[in-house]
Design a protein around this ligand. Structure first.
Ligand code: NAI
Length: 245
């Protein structure tokens, strides 16, 4: 078995108290990284951190509150130093047909999925530039490529993350920082658990591998992108969707 060694690396994963983010934190911790669990609820983040590894740290960080992002990251940097790996995973949906979508529905999703990602990345990248090593992984979505009814706001942010990834990859490549995106299809998490049985069956019909993905399916690829095996990959989008797109 290939072994991924991330000893001496610090990895911050946004929205890592559950779902895909938590699985990513578990994988990176198993590979030896010191992981920073973040979520809106600091106590929950600390609980998850202590369940993952003795060296893991949990901090409160609400990506819809830009002051919270800045103060949480600066506080973390003072205590632990800057991070080597940033996984921009947190994301929200506020699904509605476009004709009913308000400016508030639009702005809320843009703020968390895009502006929060911009701000945290701009804070974290400074230490990576100094050390001339960094790995940034942005979690996009298949709907950023296909579009989806009721998700104009969400899918716009997920397509935008692709442009963000590709442009930033070009700017940071000379500093040995890679920037990649992952576009998951249908993954079994809290985000998808509220969908009706009928919709789930409909989705399944379009998945050639005939199953939904798991958070671990995504986490393994994040770990790979942080490993030396992926040192020459940047500005790329990896699709994890069982063949649906
Ligand atoms: P989830 O809803 O289970 O978890 C999302 C995480 O983000 C949670 O930890 C939540 O606390 C955190 N979060 C939400 N708002 C936040 C805020 N304002 N500040 C900080 N953290 C916040 O979702 P899941 O499924 O684990 O999704 C993770 C990422 O993967 C998201 O970006 C999502 O858009 C993306 N994705 C998920 C797919 C799926 O089928 N589950 C498919 C494609 C992409």
């Amino acid at each position: 078995m290939l072994c991924i060694d991330l000893k001496d690396k610090k990895a911050l994963i946004t929205g890592s108290t559950r779902g895909i983010g938590k699985a990513v934190a578990e994988f990176l911790a198993k590979a030896g990284a010191q992981v920073v669990i973040t979520g809106r609820d600091e106590r929950k983040a600390q609980e998850v951190a202590s369940s993952i590894s003795p060296s893991a740290v949990g901090i409160g960080m609400d990506l819809s509150d830009l002051d919270s992002v800045k103060s949480a990251y600066e506080d973390l940097e003072r205590k632990l130093g800057s991070v080597d790996i940033l996984v921009n995973n947190a994301g929200i949906t506020k699904d509605k047909l476009f004709l009913r979508m308000s400016l508030e529905d639009w702005e809320e999703v843009i703020k968390v999925n895009l502006t929060g990602t911009f701000l945290l990345t701009s804070l974290a990248v400074k230490g990576m530039v100094k050390r001339r090593w960094g790995r940034i992984i942005n979690i996009s979505s298949v709907v950023g490529f296909t579009g989806n009814v009721g998700q104009v706001n969400y899918s716009a942010t997920k397509s935008a993350l692709v442009g963000f990834t590709k442009s930033l990859a070009k700017e940071l490549a000379s500093r040995n920082i890679t920037v990649n995106a992952i576009a998951p299809g249908f993954i079994e998490t809290d985000m998808t658990s509220s969908l009706s049985e009928e919709i789930r069956k409909e989705y399944l019909k379009n998945i050639p591998l005939q199953r939904f993905g798991t958070p671990e399916d995504v986490a393994g690829i994040v770990a790979f992108l942080c490993s030396p095996m992926a040192d020459y990959i940047t500005g790329e989008v990896i699709h994890i969707n069982g063949g649906m797109f």
